[in-house]
Structures are given as C-alpha cells and as structure tokens.
Write a protein that binds this ligand. Sequence first.
Ligand code: PEP
Ligand code: MN
Length: 339
Amino acid sequence: MIIVMEKGATARQVKAVKERIRALGYRPHVIRGETRQVIGAVGDERGKAKLQDLQSLPGVDSVVPILKPYKLASREIKAEKSIVEVGKDVRFGGHKVVVIAGPCSVESEEQIIETAYAVKEAGASMLRGGAFKPRTSPYSFQGMAEEGLKLLAKARKRTGLPIVTEVLNPKDLPLVKKYADMIQVGARNIQNFSLLRLLGKAGHPVLLKRGMATTIDEFLFSAEYILSEGNDDVVLCERGLRTFETATRNTLDLSAVPVLRQKTHLPVIVDPSHAAGLWSYVPALSYAAVAAGADGIMVEVHPHPESAESDGPQSLKPDVFAAMMEKLRAFARVADRDL
Ligand code: PEP
Ligand code: MN
C-alpha cells in the first residue's frame, strides 16, 4: 500500500503513520517526492485490509494499493528517477552518463594501478575489478580475494576513483564492505535471495546485474529484495542474455533499458563487454546503450588483454577505450546527457 501524505504534513504526522504501519506488522519506507511524501507499507500481503484504516490518521491524504507486484522498485511509488550516489562525485541517474571501467579481475598491483590511471585519464568515473570471481570452471583463476581488494583500495587512493567489486558469497560481505564503494551482485547470483537480503542491510550502494536468463520482472523482484530491507541505493545492469545466438557471448537486451525506465525509478546501466564477448563489438554496443537512454556503462579494460587471467578477448586496450570515450561524448550529447 502507498500512504500518500498531504502536502503540508508535519514530521510528527509522518512519524505517527510510520509507527502505525509497524504496529500492523509492515515495514514503512518513506519516499520524498517533489511536492509531498509518500510512505510505502510493505510486508506480508495477507493483512492488507488493515492498512486502509490509516486513512483516518492526521496528515494522510489517501491510501492506495500498489498494483505492481514489485512495490518499492516501481514507478507507482516514486514517479521521478532515483539518484544513486557513490563516493563524493559519482551520481547514477543524473544528467551525466557514468562510465565504469577496469579489468575483469584484479591480477597484480601493476595491472590495476596502470588500468586505473588509464581509464581515469580517458574520462571514466569509477574503477571496476573482481577479487572474487564467479568462474564456470573451478580450475579457472578465482580471484585474489582480500589481496585484490587491497589493491583496488590502493588504486582508489592513487587515482581518487571509487571502486565497484563483486561479492560472491554472503560470508565475504563484511570483508568486501570494508574496501568497496559499491558492491556488485553478478549475473549468477541474481536470485541468491539471502545475499540480496544481506545487501539490503549492508548500507552500501549495490550494482545488480541481470541474470543471463532473468526476465525483467524477475530482475525487478531481485531489486525489491534489497530495497525491502531498507537499502534504496540499487543500480540495475543489463549484461546480455543467453539465446540461441552463438556469434556473441550473450545477446545484449537493449530493449531492457527503455522497458526498465518505464517500470522503475532506479538507474539502469549497460555492460556491453559481457554481452559481446569480443572487444571489437564493445564500442558500438556502448554507443547504442547511451542512445537507448542508459544512465551509464560498465566496460572491461586491460592493459594486456592477451595475458589476462579472465575475459581477455572482450577487454579493450586503454587506447581503444580512450578513442571510444571520445565518440561516446557525442552520443551522450545527442541523448541530452553528458559524459
Ligand atoms: C563481471 O562483471 O566480471 C562478471 C562476472 O559479470 P556477470 O556477472 O555479468 O557475468
Ligand atoms: Mn568479466
């Protein structure tokens, strides 16, 4: 249910409504709109009728059901786009298209520092790099774990770029939280509901990657798990689906961008690297993502892709990345955005 407050509702009235929602066994989520506040009451749907009584509380304008099955992620509860801030300077969902770049995996100090400087120089505003890697084969490189997180922190210290890195296992969350500015949930964990719930309480912004076989509704339900635990800072990332096509690693579902835009207030970014599987397809898909209205892109960049421990074939060399960024600027302008 959405409890719509009157325009001039006082803080005390809002507090009283929140208390009543809790007393009825629901969790209140205050959402500040441009003109008035609304309070989402989420929880077990069976006692919905009782929430109607909130109508009589002072300061309440109306009580309306949220028709969409995902409540807090929907545009019904919040018409305007959400802004998710990371570090001091990065804002997903604002005027600027956010570019996250970096290697698939952190491999060495030299590799991550060199990449961080290069992507910063080219205009990226965040650094990526995996320290815990979800690999198809248990015999493939699994990441440097805490050592990798420390190297990411070092790269942040040197360049000032905030870092996003993946948490694979709920037990590693406290460790990843210590180092990361933003925590990535990989495609393979999209329906790891206990991990999603933990991230809802973690107090860090989350980059939620769509699974390779996840519908848009399922994707939004996964976001809802995080939001419903009290974390509003969720950025959605389309990264390609598994289809019958084998010419690319995955099929980039760019239609997800405008569809999500209509369904949710959350920022949406695109990862063309894992969709393409090959570096030479990445620039075109990046331009297309920005043209489709994405709030950002996440691109794999490696100084020596030929010797990368993971995803070398899809990684851009720094000079190719820099050239792509130049052209991306023009696409951003046409889309009424900035880089
Ligand atoms: C990654 O970003 O390195 C990654 C493993 O991506 P995905 O979860 O989308 O496969
Ligand atoms: Mn990768």
